[in-house]
Write a protein that binds this ligand. Structure first.
Ligand SMILES: [Zn+2]
Ligand SMILES: [Zn+2]
Length: 432
């Protein structure tokens, strides 16, 4: 090929290449017909999905008590004609969609439990179970999981391979994923890849994630000190030492979730303020007995290894201080396994969703979401490569902010349709 022909070929290729694919370094070929069928089916079932979500919302169940929720899920999956396994690791449910054609095996996981909360819920389908509420959005997750199962079942003739739907109990106490794995989940299913989502305080219609961990690392630190007469000064010194680790000013725009998507400082901008941060929960607890003082605090950091570095720095500072003799030790008393997104699967799934639904729905993530609870989906990711997505469910104009575990947690129910569309399409692309 002459060099002029080569240049012409490059120009033609660039003109017809999809922009998001270039952005994520991937060029996939998408059959738009099947994705139109996905959207048509989602539209058809949307109202019924909203009814299901409101039912889950009205009857929330705490971790390890999801009996009713689990029954509803199993009944729905059976009505689709799927092979259904119940009682997997407690109230876990597994649905299997077999196309009976050779192909990849892809798993979708949704968590189903709720949280203890006494706060008022400003919706007319508020919780009937006193003191329990869906303020982590698992009612939305479960509904989207059922919606994807419905959509993919309706398109079964056009698909190859196998899709597994995992409805996991007890995410909030981190027991569910482990219980399902220990109960032989991977003898029932044999996925090549696994995916999940969590609602996040970004606007509805936007999904985001990144390779490895999209969340801040979050750990509980415990410092043990010798109790002597000067304990008031010692406790004050320790508290100040911990609080001073925070590198975000109290009046920073960082603390307002609405800034997460700000074009200049939000997560989609390489210069985001949601990067390189360390935060310290001001609720530091102090316990004293005759001999020892125990000080506990929660820290979070955007960088994966930063909290380990900080723990060493704290030890060094104590050793160099006037309280060196009273410092008995420091360790993390609470830490979790971090979300571990497969880099290649992250870029190819983000690219295919962007290609099908548009670049404006897919946000490359710089920095990390300052929500430190993580997700025990990470335990599945230790066994099977996969991706954990963050899905916006906020609508700031309507005053809806989907910040998990916040008393005013709410979601824009349009996120159910977005979730079912995006991830049904994503799974279809992965099954190829
Ligand atoms: Zn939660
Ligand atoms: Zn959650």
């Amino acid at each position: 090929m002459t060099s002029i022909k080569k240049i012409i070929k490059i120009i033609i290729t660039l003109q017809f290449a999809c922009l998001p694919c270039l952005l994520f370094g991937q060029n996939t070929t998408v059959n738009s017909n099947i994705h139109k069928m996905v959207q048509a089916q989602t539209e058809l079932i949307f109202d019924s999905l909203v009814t299901i979500r409101r039912d889950f919302h009205k009857y929330p169940e705490l971790a390890e008590q999801e009996k009713r929720t689990s029954n509803k899920i199993a009944t729905y999956l059976k009505s689709l004609g799927l092979e259904v396994h119940t009682g997997v690791g407690g109230y876990g449910v597994v649905g299997i969609l077999r196309t009976n054609k050779e192909g990849k095996k892809v798993a979708w996981r949704a968590d189903i439990d709720a949280l203890a909360s006494d706060h008022h819920d400003a919706v007319d389908f508020s919780s009937k179970n006193e003191g329990v509420r869906h303020i982590c959005g698992h009612d939305i997750h479960a509904t989207i999981g059922l919606g994807i199962a419905n959509v993919l079942t309706s398109l079964k003739e056009n698909l190859t391979g196998t899709v597994y739907f995992i409805f996991q109990p007890a995410e909030e106490n981190w027991k569910g994923a482990k219980a399902m794995l220990n109960d032989g989940l991977l003898n029932i299913i044999n996925p090549d890849e696994i995916y999940a989502l969590h609602v996040a305080p970004m606007p509805e219609g936007v999904i985001s994630t990144k390779a490895r961990n999209p969340y801040a690392d979050y750990k509980g630190i415990e410092l043990t000190l010798k109790n002597t007469e000067n304990n008031t000064e010692l406790i004050n010194y320790t508290k100040e030492l911990l609080l001073n680790l925070q590198n975000v000013a109290s009046d920073s725009k960082f603390w307002d979730n609405r800034n997460l998507l700000d074009p200049n400082i939000g997560l989609g901008n390489p210069n985001t303020i949601f990067k390189d941060y360390i935060t310290v929960n001001s609720n530091i607890t102090v316990k004293e007995n005759e001999d020892e003082i125990t000080v506990r605090a929660y820290l979070s950091a955007e960088k994966e290894t930063q909290l380990d570095t900080l723990l060493n720095e704290i030890k060094q500072k104590f050793k160099a201080s006037e309280y060196a003799d009273q410092f008995l030790g420091g360790a993390f008393y609470y830490e979790t396994s971090l979300v571990l997104n497969d880099a290649q699967l992250t870029s190819s799934t983000m690219a295919s969703i962007a290609e099908i639904y548009g670049n404006n729905h897919v946000l490359p993530l710089y920095g990390a979401i300052p929500d430190g609870r993580g997700d025990d989906f990470s335990l599945f990711q230790r066994e099977i490569p996969g991706v954990y997505f963050l899905m916006g469910a906020s609508n700031f104009e309507k005053g809806i902010v989907s910040m998990p575990h916040s008393p005013n947690f709410a979601v824009d129910e349009d996120s159910i349709a977005s979730g079912v569309n995006f991830f049904s399409s994503m799974i279809i692309e992965r099954l190829k």
